[in-house]
Design a protein around this ligand. Structure first.
Ligand SMILES: NC(=O)c1ccc[n+]([C@@H]2O[C@H](COP(=O)([O-])OP(=O)(O)OC[C@H]3O[C@@H](n4cnc5c(N)ncnc54)[C@H](OP(=O)(O)O)[C@@H]3O)[C@@H](O)[C@H]2O)c1
Length: 302
């Protein structure tokens, strides 16, 4: 039985991805920051077959120690076949920080996954790695959301408040940038793994799962939000813009179960070019080395 780790497996896309992987016969490690919440999510998910082989393990991507503990505590598992870097956050308003003092969106969505992936690669022969990105990684996207702009690591990890912009726009840019960093990371990891020429082939790809208004991403918990999201979801579906975690999860699973290419970006099921910035090898290298410096460890040196 092949084992897959899914981060943020207790909600939205991650929960559906887990369900689909289990149905295909994979063993899934649901890597989540709140074990009770995950158990509750499973209990309240009728499609989830609890007789299948899954375990819930604690992982907080906003905490380097939790990531190290998670990897250390995998001693009962002989090998890990695949890693789905799915977890993500997006917020509005005042800046938030990880336990290590890093801006929380960058720290969770990108840097936590950078550390997790590299620690796992030191210990296991991963064969499939998926980075769940977003079309927002590409500054050419048409949404009114803030655009992704690549910056030096210190500005990504420790941003200063810009008084000439709103907190909402700045928080949006953290999200868009984190998703660009994930694509840069996917391609750089692919290059470094190919250069290592190991006998185990690791396929690394990034994906935009589409717009899923019914997940918990970016929830503000303001009254009426649920109704508003459901309403928007219906309208967007009618005009063909909205996706949902049930179908998007199939596209993620395809990258683990079916696809044989590496170093690509998928818009759901279709391989398409990602942003111009994401192919910039100098930026990718600067991001990699900057991430190592922030964490204080070196990985897969060229
Ligand atoms: N929804 C969309 O329209 C959309 C579009 C493009 C890309 N995406 C991407 O798709 C992925 C899944 O998002 P979703 O829409 O399914 O949202 P979601 O329902 O909010 O799921 C996000 C998951 O990430 C987990 N997470 C957040 N911070 C974490 C941390 N510090 N450590 C570990 N897990 C953490 C959450 O756990 P908790 O439940 O404990 O918070 C949750 O399980 C994300 O990477 C997101 O950026 C979503």
């Amino acid at each position: 039985m092949k084992t897959v780790i899914v981060t943020g497996a207790n909600s939205g896309l991650g929960l559906w991805t887990t369900k689909n992987l289990l149905d295909l016969g994979y063993r899934v490690i649901m890597a989540c920051r709140d074990i009770e919440k995950t158990q509750k999510a499973i209990d309240e998910f009728p499609e989830f077959d609890k007789s299948k082989t899954f375990t819930i393990k604690k992982l907080d991507l906003a905490d380097f120690e939790s990531i190290r503990d998670f990897v250390d505590n995998l001693s009962d598992i002989e090998n890990i076949y695949a890693l789905d870097c799915n977890a993500g956050i997006s917020y509005e308003g005042p800046f938030r920080y990880t336990k290590n003092g890093i801006e929380e969106t960058f720290g969770t969505n990108y840097l936590g996954h950078f550390l997790l992936t590299n620690l796992l690669l030191k210990k296991y022969n991963l064969e499939r790695i998926v980075m769940v990105s977003s079309e927002l990684h590409n500054h050419k996207n048409k949404s009114p959301f803030a655009k992704a702009v690549f910056k030096p690591i210190n500005e990504l990890a420790y941003p200063k408040v810009d008084k000439n912009s709103t907190l909402q726009k700045q928080a949006q840019s953290f999200y868009a940038n984190s998703k660009l960093c994930l694509v840069l990371f996917a391609y750089e990891l692919d290059r470094r793994l190919k250069a290592k020429a190991s006998s185990i082939k690791t396929l690394v790809n990034a994906i935009n799962p589409g717009l899923m208004l019914t997940t918990n991403l970016g929830r503000t918990y303001k009254s009426g939000e649920n109704f508003y999201r459901k309403f928007l979801d219906v309208i967007f579906k009618i005009i063909g813009l909205a996706d949902n975690p049930k179908t998007s999860a199939k596209s993620v699973v395809r990258l683990i179960h079916t696809i044989k290419t590496s170093g690509q970006y998928f818009d759901k099921n279709k391989a398409i070019p990602s942003s111009t910035d994401s192919y910039d090898e100098q930026k990718a290298r600067a991001l990699w080395e900057g991430s190592e410096a922030v964490i204080g460890l070196k990985f897969l040196t060229l």
